[in-house]
Design a protein around this ligand. Structure first.
Ligand SMILES: *[C@@H]1O[C@H](CO)[C@@H](O)[C@H](O)[C@H]1NC(C)=O
Ligand SMILES: *[C@@H]1O[C@H](CO)[C@@H](O)[C@H](O)[C@H]1NC(C)=O
Ligand SMILES: *[C@@H]1O[C@H](CO)[C@@H](O)[C@H](O)[C@H]1NC(C)=O
Length: 440
């Protein structure tokens, strides 16, 4: 059988979804710090394992990778229309990767950037296609296909997060951009195993791009998942403070910020009182109850916010140029009072409403750079909101409205207090943190 052999040359810019960049030479050594060095060494030592995969981690064999399922592709341009699929594709060459550069940063910016290179990557499988060239000339073929990607690689990016309590880092949201210098495509029996194949020579580069992109869209998630899982397995094994030494990272001492936070909370309590937040005026509201009833609440007052205090260990950690504060704080015995006018039809009593909440807890993570010591919150989370007990005095005949009133008041009070905590109280904490010098 006479088979057509087509070899094409593509510059990367001809393939739309593929990154074109000036890929310089590799960096020696490729890592930017000790953590990156551990990852590079871990990836190197996993090279041999790629042949069989790492079943424990759910990573499939990666070299060769496949057979991949049927992957459709299509193209519709002025020059040609084509539809088809490739099947049973095997991808070989991934194990020959070279880690050309890996930058890991923890602290200032938490980032993971890796440049992986491959001398060659080969795709083999079956293809089947139909189409039209120049709206006239039929395109068809089926048989084996082979595509070789030369001098390419992956730019790998990911988010990074470091947890000072566990002293471990992990990556997340890993993504990969593929690039290459040269793409060679061979289609067996294009235009029917004859010597007609030369006719399509001129357009085969337009055919290669959609095929390559379609295959990579299937390979991408497999590769991303394997890389993220594998790199996290390496990271899980290392305690960051063991390998990044001061001044980049200081040993974490749980509870080392207890007295600092206690001092800060004194300022916060003072600010809360000074800014008329204890007692705080609650907004007047009209609450819709069921049964066409309404409750107007006014003369609202909230007390207790100035009981804000530390409720657990507070820990300050330093990573590179950043300090992180991890703290649990809470308020106790919050009380609210409203006067309310109940309106059912055109009538209804004036009532006195009292509410109390045993405890509200907040977990916060604040970060400051160690030159300015100005804090921003990374996290400010209400972790516990105690039950709101509501009592209503003066309902008389309208006692049957107690349930709906209790519910409506509790809901609106919950929202109001959450809002107060997340705005004014949070700002007071930020101000107090910035006014309290950290001296350890
Ligand atoms: C793709 O390959 C599989 C396995 O060889 C086969 O079962 C399937 O029928 C093929 N699909 C097409 C569309 O040829
Ligand atoms: C890592 O940092 C070096 C030095 O700043 C830079 O030249 C290189 O391009 C970076 N590598 C990656 C993969 O971003
Ligand atoms: C974890 O560390 C141990 C001891 O250093 C080493 O033997 C093992 O191979 C490491 N595992 C991974 C996944 O890097």
């Amino acid at each position: 059988m006479l088979c057509a052999l087509l070899i094409i040359f593509l510059s990367s810019s001809q393939v739309a979804d593929v990154v074109a960049r000036d890929h310089g030479s590799c960096i020696d050594p490729p890592w930017n710090n000790a953590v990156a060095q551990v990852i590079v060494n871990g990836l190197e030592s996993a090279r041999g394992l790629l042949v069989n995969g790492l079943p424990d981690l759910g990573i499939p064999p990666l070299d060769p990778l496949g057979p991949l399922p049927r992957i459709p592709f299509s193209i519709d341009t002025a020059l040609m229309w084509m539809e088809g699929d490739v099947n049973d594709t095997m991808l070989a060459g991934l194990a020959e990767f070279v880690v050309c550069s890996l930058n890991v940063s923890i602290g200032l910016t938490e980032k993971f950037d890796m440049d992986m290179r491959l001398a060659s990557m080969v795709l083999n499988g079956k293809y089947d296609l139909n189409g039209l060239m120049g709206q006239l000339f039929p395109l068809y073929g089926q048989g084996d296909y082979r595509m070789e990607v030369m001098d390419g690689g992956f730019i790998v990016g990911a988010g990074m997060s470091y947890n000072p309590i566990s002293d471990h880092a992990k990556i997340k949201d890993l993504h990969v951009d593929v690039w290459f210098d040269q793409l060679n495509l061979e289609l067996e029996c294009i235009l029917g195993c004859g010597d007609m194949a030369d006719i399509v020579n001129g357009i085969v580069s337009d055919m290669a791009a959609p095929i390559f992109n379609s295959v990579m869209s299937v390979v991408d998630p497999i590769l991303c998942d394997a890389l993220e899982t594998g790199i996290n397995a390496i990271l899980k094994n290392i305690s960051i403070s063991d390998i990044i030494k001061p001044p980049q990272l200081r040993a974490l001492e749980i509870g080392n910020a207890n007295s600092y936070l206690d001092l800060t909370m004194i300022t916060v309590r003072h600010l809360i009182k000074k800014n008329d937040m204890d007692p705080a005026t609650l907004p007047s509201l009209t609450l819709d109850l069921n049964n066409n009833a309404q409750l107007e609440v006014y003369n609202g007052e909230l007390t207790g916010l100035s009981s804000l205090h530390r409720t657990g260990t507070a820990t300050m950690d330093r990573v590179a140029d950043w300090a992180f504060l991890y703290a649990n704080i809470g308020v106790k015995e919050i009380k609210a009072h409203y006067t309310g006018s109940l309106e059912v039809g055109n009538t209804g009593p004036v009532v006195e409403i009292d509410a109390s909440i045993a405890e509200i807890a907040v977990y916060l993570v604040a970060r400051a750079d160690v030159y300015e010591w100005k804090f921003d919150f990374d996290q400010f989370e209400i972790t516990e909101f105690g039950h709101i007990d509501v009592t209503v005095d003066g309902l008389g005949l309208f006692d049957y409205m107690l349930g709906p009133i209790t519910e409506a008041v509790a809901n609106s009070l919950h929202d109001t207090i959450v809002n107060l905590l997340e705005t004014t109280v949070k700002e007071a904490i930020q101000q107090a943190l910035n006014e309290t010098p950290w001296t350890m």
